[in-house]
Design a protein around this ligand. Structure first.
Ligand code: 3H9
Length: 705
């Protein structure tokens, strides 16, 4: 091969009569302005050089191309834009081949689809995940994918945002051939040379019109998919735009359909959902960048101990087993051990029943699971997670045992959701090894893992916790020690605001409806009913002694719990669940209880609009979020955002509560707090951080950088 012509993010070099175009823009070859310019220049070079008979496009490093450079969205578009680049590639008069390894996503796959031939290596991951960023494939993807794969398969790929493996891509004709070996350049060169030797013509995807055959049927399929999307992706903007773009492709000539796609893409770019989803994308990656991870290496973890086989302990065990690690579970007696094992097996049996796991696979996983009633069985584990009863004396007793039996440098983690981890750590001889790993129920499903960092913990223990989180495919967030850490501390405040609204005049059903409309999958009272009212009741009793007697305390929830109505598990809570149904119906008796409480507290009920419900809920959440950042419990506002998106069902397309506040405007949130304070100045005290940011004309995002 001749020497590269330039050393920019796009290099060209001749290999015989092929021009090899290499995109080299680490870490994942995102298509920035420079890459677009480089690709345009490379196509010009190929056309201008009579000795060049064909073009091979490859990616350097670990990806073909991960897509358009997401960081550029929201800024004014700069030419050449990616659709122009794709059109230029497709228009090339010499055969263009894309050889794909690693991710070929979004604009990356669009570049490949604009090429005339495609080869994919075994490790290729192909997808059009733009919907996950509030976008649609905007470089011809909505037009070229249906031409290659058919309308239905293309729409499925675009709406799911999933990554397709190479073999499947060949099967559905998205790709022409599977590459042999692991060297993408060599495989690409062989494929391209073979094509040239066969006299393979330029084959433009835009010209493949056979996909329109059965036009009426295709429109019918799209209509059906649209109905489904309207039902399932409630409130999401871009999935419907994907369908609109594909439908137009059936009805219009290619160029018109491309222009239409561009318009729809720009609508998506302008939508607040795009801003929220892209914030979430980067925030999920930023949470991993904590000081300890940057400064030290994690301790190796090859075997994990779990104390407690209840719902939480079993869920944690499953999560660790699913990551491929052996687990030893400790319970106090044989009966509890048997129950713990059963709880673990129940998860896998559920998967088997749904056809998502084989008996054999279950047996393989369970072979890594052992149990004991003796702590000594933990002598060789590298990390222990306790998930026993939430009571300081019980936790301390467990940690005393761990201190006795665990090897030096074993990480000792507690799954407490609110207890003082400094106190637990201080009760043993090795506080430097103690950390909080706060899982969310069901622990094997929920993505959030709060990593709670006590005062004396060593940095490598924190790094180990982050490394474990990655192994478990969790989204870790670093939190400081306080009652409730990040999530539950903020929850306690907005939940109180919700109770105030209920006593002031809203029914739980109106509040739930308003929050569902905002984008939550469930309202706060539905969540209480699902989690079990007894849990919140126990917390309220625990806090009773330290509660400010002047603070407003709504007793409606206590009245409901006193009747033994704990939600779904007891058949009634805020809602009625006739015959074990999971969808509750409003309960007139609950409304009577609320009326009685209003009478007792002398409150004249006043209706609140759904808009005001959301404003109060969010003002309470954002204000406490600001306090949590101000006090260093969360490192940055984005850590609060990730906590709520991944642990509390906050609508991802809104980016998280702090991003939402930035989009609404902090001065508006602060004005609301001041307004609400007129009624209850003790509850509505503006966070000093919020006041400061408004004074300085800054937003929360300014603290993320
Ligand atoms: C699009 O293409 C629109 C077009 O249709 C139309 C245009 C007109 N841009 O995830 P990782 C960064 S929309 C900029 O940790 P992994 C990422 O932030 C795009 N940066 O690695 C991180 O930075 P840092 C459609 C990007 O191996 C670093 O790369 N494409 C982009 O776990 C490593 O990322 C997508 O939605 C990007 N496109 O996973 C794909 N992608 O080191 C989005 C990544 O500073 N990307 N970065 O934290 C992914 O899904 C994963 O990053 C990928 C690698 C699977 C590629």
């Amino acid at each position: 091969m001749t020497a590269p012509s330039e050393t920019t993010v796009v290099r060209t070099a001749k290999d015989g009569d092929l021009l090899v175009v290499t995109i080299d823009h680490p870490p994942v070859n995102a298509i920035s302005m420079d890459v677009r310019r480089g690709l345009m220049a490379a196509m010009d070079e190929a056309e201008a050089d009579a000795a060049v008979k064909g073009v091979l496009i490859v990616g350097a490093g670990r990806a073909f191309i991960a897509g358009a450079d997401i960081r550029e969205f929201g800024r004014p578009p700069m030419h050449p834009i990616l659709p122009e680049v794709c059109n230029r590639i497709e228009a090339c008069t010499k055969p263009v081949v894309a050889a794909i390894h690693g991710p070929a996503l979004g604009g990356g796959l669009e570049v490949a689809m604009a090429a005339h031939y495609r080869l994919a290596m075994h490790d290729a991951k192909l997808g059009l995940p733009e919907v996950q960023l509030g976008l649609l494939p905007g470089s011809g993807g909505t037009q070229r994918a249906p031409r290659l794969m058919g309308v239905e398969a293309a729409v499925e790929l675009m709406l799911s945002g999933r990554h397709m493996k190479a073999q499947e891509a060949v099967g559905c004709k998205l790709v022409d051939q599977l590459g042999e070996g692991t060297d993408v350049l060599q495989a690409g060169l062989s494929f391209a040379r073979a094509l040239l030797a066969d006299g393979a013509p330029v084959r433009r995807t835009r010209d493949l019109d056979a996909f329109k055959v059965g036009y009426d049927h295709q429109l019918g399929v799209l209509a059906k998919i649209q109905k489904d999307v309207e039902k399932k992706s409630r409130g999401l903007f871009s999935p419907l735009k994907v369908i609109e773009a594909v439908r137009a492709g059936l009805q219009m000539p290619f160029d018109e359909a491309l222009a239409n796609e561009r318009q729809l893409f720009l609508q998506c770019i302008d939508s607040p959902q795009r801003a929220g989803l892209i914030h979430a994308f980067f925030a999920e990656r930023e949470v991993l960048k904590v000081p300890e991870v940057k400064s030290v290496a994690p301790r190796p973890v090859t075997h994990v101990g779990v104390i407690g086989g209840g719902t939480m302990g079993a869920g944690i065990a499953v999560s660790v087993l699913d990551a491929g690690l052996p687990v030893t579970m400790i319970e106090r007696d044989d009966e509890a051990v048997a129950r713990g094992r059963q709880n673990v097996e129940k998860v896998y049996n559920g998967l088997i029943a749904k056809g998502r796991m084989s008996e054999q696979a279950k047996a393989q996983v369970m072979a890594r699971f052992s149990t004991s009633t003796h702590y000594d069985a933990l002598a060789q584990v590298d990390l222990v997670i306790e998930a026993v009863f939430e009571e300081m004396s019980v936790k301390k007793a467990v940690f005393a045992e761990l201190d006795r039996v665990c090897k030096p440098h074993a990480v000792l983690a507690t799954n407490t959701s609110y207890l003082d981890i400094n106190e637990i750590a201080g009760s043993i001889s090795r506080p430097q090894d103690v950390i909080g790993l706060h899982f969310f129920s069901p622990a094997n499903i929920m993505k959030l893992l709060e990593i709670v960092v006590p005062e004396k913990v060593s940095a490598d223990v924190v790094a180990t916790a982050f490394s474990l989180a990655t192994q478990l495919k969790k989204v870790p967030v670093r939190a400081g020690v306080c009652d409730g850490f990040i999530g539950n501390r903020i929850l306690a405040v907005y939940r109180a605001a919700v109770d105030h609204m209920m006593e002031d005049g809203c029914s739980p059903y109106e509040i739930d409806a308003a929050m569902r409309e905002f984008g939550y999958p469930m309202g706060p009272f539905q969540v209480s009913d699902l989690a079990g009212g007894d849990i919140g009741w126990a917390t309220r009793k625990r806090r009773a002694a330290t509660r400010d007697p002047k603070a407003r305390y709504v007793q409606i929830a206590d009245r409901i719990c006193e009747r033994g109505w704990f939600g779904q598990k007891t058949g009634r809570g805020y809602y009625l669940y006739p015959e074990g149904s999971r969808a509750g119906v409003p309960d007139p008796e609950v409304l009577q209880i609320i009326d009685a409480e209003r009478e007792r507290t002398n409150i004249q009920p006043r209706a609140l609009t759904p808009e005001l419900i959301v404003r109060k809920y969010m003002a309470a959440m954002v204000n406490e979020g600001a306090n949590v950042v101000h006090q260093g419990i969360a490192l940055r506002p984005l850590d609060v955002d990730v906590t709520f998106v991944h642990g509390y069902g906050f609508p991802r397309y809104r980016g998280g509560p702090m991003k939402y506040a930035d989009m609404v405007g902090l001065e508006k949130i602060l004005a609301d707090i001041h307004e609400f304070a007129k009624q209850d100045p003790l509850f509505w005290q503006a966070s000093p951080l919020l006041e400061q940011l408004v004074k300085d004309g800054k937003n929360f995002d300014s603290l993320n950088r």
